[in-house]
Design a protein around this ligand. Sequence first.
Ligand SMILES: [Zn+2]
Length: 258
Amino acid sequence: MVYNKAYESNDEEVSTPVTYNNIDEGGYEVGYLGSAIRAKMKREGKRFWAGDNISEYIKSGDKETLIDDATEAFEAVLDALLIDRETDPNSKGTARRLAKMYFNEVMAGRYDPAPDATAFPNDSADRYEGMLVVRSELRSMCSHHHQPVSGVAYIGIIAANKLIGLSKYTRIAHWCARRGTLQEELCNDIAREIGRVTGATDLGVYMQMTHGCCENRGIMAHSSLTQTTVLKGSFKTDAGTKKEFFDNIKLQQEFAPR
Ligand SMILES: [Zn+2]
């Protein structure tokens, strides 16, 4: 990085510009916890895309250090954008706010382990054999532009031998959504995780989401409503089950339009 002394202020308070002397062969800055974690994931062949959960690599207490490191990095981004984070009162704490928001909120589903979803047996003589459809409001973020993606997912299953609490469907969907994703990928992730915790093989996920990256920039579309569907087992192969799922979604929408 070229840094011209002529632009340096006399003010002692001016923070040190980021230098890029300590780059390892992988292109990562040495001395940061994130560099060590990335190196370990690469060594072990662990994929760490924006939509991947990497919680098994984050030890307790690591998040605080990662937030400190990301704060420094966001300071460098604000500096690069020529935003005065020293005297603009609204920009002073922005770097830390962004770092905390990414780790604790908008991308929390990458760093936190799966929500606890205790399963209850559903194997007695009068077991529930019908379809269950849960509506989950979701907030996510596209991995291309880090713009908000929001909407609703309808999760349908034919119960297997265990059932989870109703709120757990939404908790699991939130955990999948709180990452950088594509809607198609998110729809798959939710279906896979719901199948994993419930043991259900007959299931469907239908999602309606609007995309900030189409509404706030680029095409500036007034509505970017995008629908995706993942169907498994009888939801895919049995026309009656599929129809019941979509009829239930329509009933849900009449009751609680998005
Ligand atoms: Zn996008």
